[in-house]
Design a protein around this ligand. Structure first.
Ligand code: ZN
Length: 478
């Protein structure tokens, strides 16, 4: 049985301004490229908090695409961009050259990924598997919206099964449609009539197939990044001026958002102490990054452990769930409160919260006090940044970001965070088997003692409680 997960309610987030400059061959986070050219909008599924594909992401997409269509998709000399799409588990759109070329989707019930190609993919590579060829005459009709009918079909790849995603190519090699096959290759061989492919109507793709690089992307966004930096630095100075008697700090989690925030406080001429709430469930890379950043920038580090609090609560409540996230309070907020009260009495903390992270964050004020940590004033300098602004800025500043992003994690938190998708948890379990076995064992023991079935621990069912006992959206931001 698939574990159901509440869909993130992100539909009313304003779409991210995501464009492509065909002259610079680069993504542009605004209408106008630094070269002066008007950039072309890229239509991704909203909210479109796009981010770079890192080596592990690229390898995954290439492996999946090659398995289904016989060729790797992402050329070595092009940058790729990912866009997370709300789905049952994990789904990502892949953007090359300013066009969505496919989506990859994890099917938790079948424990496998599926690739949903778009026509634009055929401008980048020539698929050799799962292809249907039609006569040039039929291709003309299909391009105008007609169905892919049996009499016009000249070739069906032998591996095609019913329901498979396929490319429809003309005899001259042009991709005229993508869709799902309604018959297996065997059935198609004996069928004389009928619809072979249910096509997916997409706009004629505009794609830029030139080589691209992150250096080019940084240059194309230079004006935009400078403006974002200036505004955020002005915000930091303003908040500092309004709270002259409160000790200023930076909340550092080991994630990209808090690293950008830290860099901006440096740009504002500040050298603030770093606060790190160590849940005891961090990845080793995260703890290492926290120390590395502290050393690189010469900022004092204050760590407070929340591990005791976590396991005490665990004994009573069991594992935290998406709809029962008691963990942030005991692992993050309480330790931070203790730390601030004992060190400064009261503190102002710059934190890496962004409105594009969730609908709730969109509604959050830019300066606030959390009711659970009244001694802390929180302020969010990068409230209006998207993930792509973050990354371009970190690349430009050559900042020491957490290497976990390189291996395909897009959010850094506790290794067993219930808010992670199953695709990601499987990855983590494979990469950190000891950590994961320890966790699953703890969940199993608690489940056994509390009348939960065996699959509750093994099949990730603990992630959802199905009764919303508490959902305070306090993850990470303390
Ligand atoms: Zn340009």
């Amino acid at each position: 049985m698939a574990v159901r997960r509440p869909q993130k309610n992100s539909s009313f987030l304003a779409p991210v301004p995501f464009y492509w400059c065909d002259r610079c061959h680069a993504p542009v986070m605004g209408r106008v490229c630094a070269c002066g050219n008007a950039a072309r909008p890229v239509s991704v599924t909203p909210p479109g908090d796009v981010r770079p594909a890192f080596p592990r992401d690229r390898a995954l997409v290439n492996r999946l695409f090659e398995a289904e269509f016989g060729v790797p998709l992402i050329p070595d000399d092009q940058i790729a961009i990912l866009n997370k799409v709300p789905d049952e588990d994990r789904m990502e759109e892949i953007v090359l050259g300013g066009a969505v070329v496919c989506a990859v989707r994890y099917l938790p019930a079948e424990e496998r990924w599926e690739v949903l190609p778009r026509e634009a993919a055929a401008s980048v590579v020539q698929p050799v598997k799962r292809i249907v060829r039609v006569t040039d005459e039929a291709a003309g009709y299909i391009k105008e919206g007609s169905s892919v009918l049996m009499p016009g079909v000249t070739y069906v790849s032998p591996e095609i099964r019913e329901g498979d995603p396929v490319f429809v190519l003309s005899e001259s090699g042009e991709c005229v449609a993508v869709g799902r096959s309604k018959m297996s290759a065997e059935e198609a061989a004996s069928a004389e009539r009928g619809q072979l492919v249910r096509t997916r109507r997409t706009q004629k793709p505009v794609i830029d197939v030139h080589p691209s690089s992150w250096e080019g992307a940084i240059a194309a966004n230079e004006t935009i990044l400078n403006t974002y930096e200036e505004k955020s630095v002005a915000f930091i100075r303003d908040v500092m001026a309004k709270n002259p008697d409160v000790a200023a700090t930076i909340s550092y989690s080991g994630g990209k958002d808090s690293l950008v925030t830290l860099l901006l406080t440096l740009k504002a001429g500040l050298r603030l102490p770093m606060i790190f709430a160590d849940t005891g469930l961090e990845f080793p890379e995260t703890v290492q990054n926290v120390h590395e950043v502290s050393e690189t920038y010469g900022l004092p580090l204050y760590t407070q452990s929340g591990a005791d609090g976590f396991w005490k609560e665990f004994a009573v409540n069991g594992p935290p769930a998406v709809d029962f996230r008691w963990c942030c309070k005991s692992c993050k907020l309480s330790p931070v409160k203790t730390l601030i009260e004992s060190t400064w009495g009261e503190a102002l903390s710059f934190i890496g919260q962004r409105k594009f992270e969730s609908a709730k964050r969109l509604q959050s004020p830019r300066v606030w006090r959390n009711k659970n940590v009244p001694c802390q004033i929180s302020a969010a300098p990068i409230q209006h940044w998207t993930a792509m602004h973050d990354w371009l800025y970190l690349f430009r500043e050559k900042a020491p970001y957490n290497p976990l992003y390189e291996i395909g994690l897009d959010r850094i938190g506790c290794f067993m965070c219930p808010s992670s998708d199953i695709a990601c948890m499987k990855d983590i379990a494979a990469r950190y088997p000891e950590m994961w076995e320890m966790w699953e064992e703890r969940v199993r023991v608690w489940g056994d003692a509390n009348g939960k079935p065996e699959e509750w621990a093994a099949k990730h069912q603990w992630r959802i409680r199905e009764k919303a006992e508490e959902d305070s959206d306090m993850e990470g931001h303390y």
